[in-house]
Write a protein that binds this ligand. Structure first.
Ligand SMILES: [Mn+2]
Length: 577
């Protein structure tokens, strides 16, 4: 890979450094992220909850709020239907909590994969609506494209509010009240990229605001901060860009999550060995908490996770978290088997192709796990990957994950005639291939990807945020970097590079031999580093090398030290870069 520094205008850097009273280094990181004026950079660097816009700015918010308040006032039953992933489950927990706090009669149902799966479907509605007479259904993280189900509810005289951030495919039903930022015409609003927990937060805020205006005692006592942790869970897990309002919710949500977890979250912390702290990182959510929540829906019943998030009894939370942890271990085992099989297929059949379509059947081809494996393969092979499992109905169904510069939604649109169902985002899709169409589908999918790939620049670059000197690496530098956190989609963690250094000693393989540790000598001290899954490419000790890395805290026995997480290394050649 070619290392390329993210450059920025020197004038802008000094201006930002001056205006914001920050170091030249931090100003450079900001400028290289595209910030050029004081106001924008300031609100990014120092976000405030008060920067969240009025929730009533979102189209249809007033209508949704009036409908919910009417149902609460008249004590009519409200049913929440959420998706089975972290975003859906956390959204259900937020809305369930706010409506029941306000005295409403509310219950929830989450679809199960084994009952036919995703979203606002007839199956989930018949399960949810069976015991009571409902007057309102709120769909969370699903429902944008459920035209038939909307018609069904309309016929039953049950109102429907859809709180969702999925794009629409063609005509929408005119009946539901949509809270979906992508259906509006304004693409500049700071809430455009909220996921459903973000929208659920805004909806809760709007309810509280409206009722406070009426002098409602309960609403006056509710603190919106309580709902921040769940909003952060969905925002980080759903990989929406961490800018604008998403950044505010993720940043403050993480802080509250780490400082003041609910009993359910605290039980998850214990199971996944997270230490209660103010410095919770986005990876604690994406690598530890989110997989535990998702595992419930992948293997069995996502309702387990919702119950945990809503439970206040620490003893019950412990049992639920235990159960989630067991699901998660099972998920890991299945994932490992499926990855092996899919990698074999990819190497045999698709090594010359611009994309991978791995299909199979049997025990490890679990529909709940195909998406993760597709993601792993897409990452490691750097090309788009679909993983499809054969269902009992003899159809191939699964998930796809994209690669740089490829839009999977556009690619699938070109294969529409071979597909039964499909949908998703440019980098993540779900699909079912029509019976008997697998071969044709593969062909047209590969053709569509090839077309897109040809338009792309095939040279791979590693973008370096800043070249630094060994002597610059210290605690202050990392504290400055962390002012840009939380990192994730749309707000990458900076990659630093140092040129022309020698390792302090021979690197040591760790783990089961797939990783290695290394050290670099600086001002008489050794800064240690870790290289995950890079043990097949260990740098020499007797030659000068360049290293690209992320700088992190490494906490060990409650002591914090600096650690480099290696991204790539190469032998140093005399010309810069
Ligand atoms: Mn979502």
């Amino acid at each position: 890979m070619i290392w390329q520094e993210r450059l920025a205008d020197k004038g802008i850097i000094s201006q930002l450094s001056n205006d914001l009273s920050v170091s030249f280094f931090l100003a450079k990181l900001l400028a290289a992220r595209g910030f050029s004026n004081h106001a924008e950079a300031e609100s990014f660097l120092r976000p405030k909850l008060a920067h969240l816009q009025d929730p009533f700015d979102i189209e249809n918010m007033q209508r949704a709020v009036s409908k919910i308040i009417k149902s609460i006032d008249e004590q009519q039953a409200i049913l929440l239907v959420g998706d089975y992933d972290v975003d859906g489950i956390s959204s259900v927990a937020i809305v369930q909590q706010i409506i029941s706090k306000l005295g409403g009669n509310v219950s929830f149902v989450i679809p199960r994969r084994k009952d036919g799966g995703y979203g606002l479907s007839k199956a989930v509605l018949s399960r949810g609506l069976k015991n009571k007479k409902y007057s309102l259904v709120i769909a969370l993280d699903c429902g944008t494209n459920s035209k038939e189900e909307a018609d069904f509810l309309e016929n039953q005289k049950i109102d429907l509010i859809v709180v969702d951030h999925h794009q629409s495919k063609g005509d929408l039903s005119s009946f539901p009240i949509f809270l979906n930022p992508h259906l509006g015409k304004d693409y500049e609003v700071p809430w455009l990229n909220l996921c459903t927990t973000g929208l659920a937060f805004k909806l809760s805020h709007a309810l509280v605001k409206a009722l406070r205006n009426e002098g409602n005692e309960i609403a006056l006592k509710i603190s919106m901060k309580e709902f921040l942790p769940l909003s952060a869970l969905g925002t980080l897990a759903d990989l929406v860009p961490l800018k604008n309002e998403n950044r505010i919710l993720a940043k403050f949500g993480l802080k509250h999550l780490g400082n003041n977890p609910s009993p359910g979250i605290e039980a998850i912390f214990e199971e996944s060995k997270i230490i209660k702290t103010t410095n919770l990182e986005s990876e604690d959510v994406t690598f530890k908490i989110a997989p535990m929540i998702n595992a419930c829906g992948r293997l069995d019943d996502p309702g387990v996770a919702t119950s945990l998030l809503l439970e206040n009894d620490p003893q019950k939370c412990k049992l639920l978290a235990r159960k989630m942890s067991t699901y998660n271990s099972e998920r890991r085992a299945i994932e490992a088997m499926l990855t092996d099989e899919a990698v074999k297929l990819a190497e045999d059949e698709f090594c010359e192709e611009p994309a991978i379509v791995a299909c199979g059947k049997g025990k490890c081809w679990n529909p709940g796990v195909v998406g993760i494996v597709a993601g792993k393969l897409a990452n490691s092979m750097r090309k788009p990957c679909l993983v499809l499992a054969k269902t009992e109905e003899d159809e191939y169904r699964g998930s796809g994950r994209g690669a740089k510069g490829i839009n999977l939604v556009n690619a699938l649109a070109e294969c529409e005639e071979n597909l039964e169902h499909w949908g998703g985002h440019p980098v993540a899709v779900g699909l079912t291939v029509k019976k008997g169409q697998l071969k044709n589908f593969k062909k047209s999918f590969l053709r569509a990807i090839k077309k897109q790939a040809e338009l792309n620049d095939l040279v791979q670059y590693l973008k370096i945020d800043a070249f630094v000197e060994l002597k610059d690496i210290n605690n202050t530098l990392l504290e400055e970097i962390n002012q840009l956190s939380p990192f994730g989609q749309g707000n990458h963690e900076p990659i630093l590079a140092i040129q022309k250094i020698k390792l302090a000693e021979k690197p040591r393989k760790v783990g089961s031999g797939e990783h290695f540790q290394f050290g670099i000598k600086s001002m008489g001290q050794i800064i240690s580093g870790i290289a995950w899954r890079m043990a097949d490419n260990i740098p020499p000790t007797d030659q000068e090398i360049d290293v690209a890395f992320r700088l992190r805290w490494n906490t060990w026995n409650q002591r914090r030290s600096l650690q480099m997480v290696l991204v790539e290394w190469k032998l140093h050649i005399k010309t810069r870069k």
